[in-house]
Design a protein around this ligand. Sequence first.
Ligand SMILES: Cc1cc2nc3c(=O)[nH]c(=O)nc-3n(C[C@H](O)[C@H](O)[C@H](O)COP(=O)(O)O)c2cc1C
Length: 419
Amino acid sequence: MQHLTNKRVLLGVTGSIAAYKAADLIRRLREAGAEVRVVMTDGSKAFVTPLTFQALSGLPVHENLLDKEAEAAMGHIELARWADVILIAPASANSLATLAQGRADELLYAICLAADVPLAIAPAMNKHMWADQATQDNVRLLAQRGVLFIGPESGDQACGDVGEGRMVDSETILSRLAELFTVGSLSGQTVLITAGPTREALDPVRYLSNHSSGKMGYAIADAAVEAGAKVILISGPVSLEAPDRVTRINVQSAADMEAAVKEQINQVDIFIATAAVADYRPVTVQQDKIKKTETRLTLELEKNTDILAMVKADYAKTFCVGFAAETHDIENYAQTKLKQKKIEMIAANLVGAKATKTAGTFNSDFNELSVYWPGGNLKLELASKAKLARQLVALIAQRYTQYEITAHNENNVISLKSN
Ligand SMILES: Cc1cc2nc3c(=O)[nH]c(=O)nc-3n(C[C@H](O)[C@H](O)[C@H](O)COP(=O)(O)O)c2cc1C
């Protein structure tokens, strides 16, 4: 169930006799790598105590809409922002009616209205309650709004009836939930991203650097986590918070970045080099502050290692994605870099006078990218860096799957030849 790795599942439990089955569900979701937070309706607490779910999820259970503990006293908004998916299991007939009406009189239902994430529902009720026209109308309405229904199934019921209305087993719920995340997935992969500028010291107080804000690299780190990857971010000096669920390693110079990359690269499947690494560094770093005694000062510079080219040359199996910020003729430069460095993909964007005002500035929250790979390309139109990052990560995941299949086939051919 790799597609649930890192996923934040908000589990709503409602007042059904099947509420005890949520205990097994929590355990299995956690085993699949998901983080689980439980929200209980008032009705559900007659069946199972919050303490059971707290012990199994390892986190306090959320019960009240009016929660003084929540930051800004708006627990429903915080939880809505936290979740990658909401799963209601078991879902009572009453919960379906409440959701269909769009009411927000309990914490769980207020979260469902406030959240912009997929909602999955596993109903559990007596067969007559399920078959009732009111319930069926509610199900139809919710399905039309995009809610994913998982079950119910037919079988023996707690009340002694036999028929449709039983909650499906945890295994089925997990695999249907995982399907929501299969598109553009990087589950099980380790992704190393470099971001931001580097600083090349001239003396103890001065350095050479560039305008890179690190925003694109940080957005890609976020998107890669969302896609299920384990993410390591090697960052030059930027003023951004470390993204959630990402291991960040801070560096200053290009040499620091090179050393950090070498330390991590052995465990990495995909390397995404977004950092604006200085091409040159001063040959000598003055011990003391340079004095302004001379009218002219000449700096002698030497080349830094091309980190991306080094990774591809020394760790050939790593799927490598480069970035190129160019002031003109981006297709030409991007295609040349792709070939010279023998990398799998390059994302290029225009900067400077020829770029659009919104996208072509270093600190902008927007960008547009032209992505090239051997035999193909795709233009990602002007959008927020967060949105572009998701599109790019989905594309990387697609190309990476292809790359793996090709490598696997080539290995088979080699082993056939040697047999
Ligand atoms: C013993 C018992 C078992 C119940 N089992 C179910 C059930 O499986 N499914 C259901 O929809 N309602 C069931 N109900 C009715 C709900 O508990 C009731 O409609 C409640 O208001 C639901 O609350 P909630 O959906 O807001 O959590 C049961 C009631 C009792 C007393």
